[in-house]
Design a protein around this ligand. Structure first.
Ligand code: AMP
Ligand code: MG
Length: 285
């Protein structure tokens, strides 16, 4: 059972994407046999990721290292599993190195600034892994579908977003954008589960069904995002998400691949280790 090689190239959004052509139940690159071994495989990734993440964080504590951070952007319709991915994948990592933020309907203050203002405030700092549950992409998704601003305003945003992300990449941010792709049938099942189980009512909002009715419009808006904002420095990855076990494994593996490439190393001590050992041994008794 070898490791999947370069999941990035398998999941990277292609050109002229038509979402209806993408299989949301596929399991590209999965090295196991399906759900039964997914927990084990994802847990193993968790261990590797944890180790890389600790090095990444440790390295950033030194002034002499370049400023680097990772930003994972999670987008997808309700029930696609943004929250579940955060729990399952990022739950494996030391919370000290994580900055998780869920973007909601903008506040009045946020609306009084340009749309990237609130995004910039939540970017991960040096050595941190940031996770966006929704993001600046809402400003060309829900905003476009519901005509919350004039068309010329949202049309201009694709290019503004590309420039913004290029600027981040230039500043040392590794951007991993994941579109959690589910089928309408999967969403229906999951919304019904949220209604049938009183412990899940808090996850449901009567507005979700209104969004669901606009499914084709959301797909058009997502296609525009994938086709216009998947750049060399910040590509989109399409994660087939009908199977939660595959979704979790795939996001973990993508993160691992990026960390592997960043290859953070344990920082060298900026003191004389021998001297310090002697000092500790001679201290107190
Ligand atoms: P949830 O992620 O289920 O907690 O819901 C957050 C809600 O905030 C969703 O309905 C989003 O569509 C909405 N939202 C997030 N960002 C924006 C935005 N920039 N403009 C309008 N609505 C937004
Ligand atoms: Mg919701």
């Amino acid at each position: 059972m070898g490791k999947a090689l370069n999941l990035r190239s398998l999941l990277r959004a292609g050109q002229n994407i038509n979402i209806a052509d993408l299989d949301s139940a596929a399991t590209p690159g999965y090295p196991g046999h399906g759900k039964p071994d997914s927990e084990e495989l994802t847990a193993a990734l968790g261990e590797t990721i944890s180790d890389w993440q600790e090095r990444f964080y440790a390295e950033s504590r030194l002034d002499s290292t370049p400023t680097r951070s990772i930003l994972v952007v999670l987008q997808g319709l309700d029930t696609a599993g943004k929250g579940g991915t955060i729990r399952h994948v990022f739950g494996l990592i030391d919370p000290q190195g994580l900055k998780i933020y869920a973007f909601k309907v903008p506040t009045e203050e946020e609306l009084s600034h340009d749309f990237l203002w609130r995004i910039r405030r939540q970017l991960p700092g040096r050595g941190m892994i940031g996770i966006f549950d929704r993001s600046h992409y809402e400003d060309v998704l829900v905003v476009r579908v519901n005509s919350l601003v004039e068309e010329e305003v949202w049309q201009a945003r694709y290019e503004i977003i590309n420039q913004f992300e290029a600027e981040l990449a230039e500043a040392g941010v590794t951007i991993i954008k994941c579109f959690l792709h589910i089928s309408p049938e999967t969403q229906k099942d999951r919304l019904l589960q949220r209604l049938i189980d009183p412990r899940k009512h808090w996850k449901y909002s009567p507005g979700d069904v209104k969004v669901r009715r606009r499914w084709p419009d959301y797909m058009t808006a997502y296609e525009a995002v994938l086709n216009r904002c998947s750049t060399e420095v910040a590509p989109w990855y399409v994660i087939p998400s009908d199977n939660k076990w595959y979704r979790n494994w795939a996001v973990a593996r993508l993160l691992e691949e990026h960390l592997e490439e960043l290859a953070p190393d344990w920082p060298k001590a900026d003191f004389n280790v021998e001297d310090e050992i002697a000092a500790v041994e001679q201290s107190l008794a």
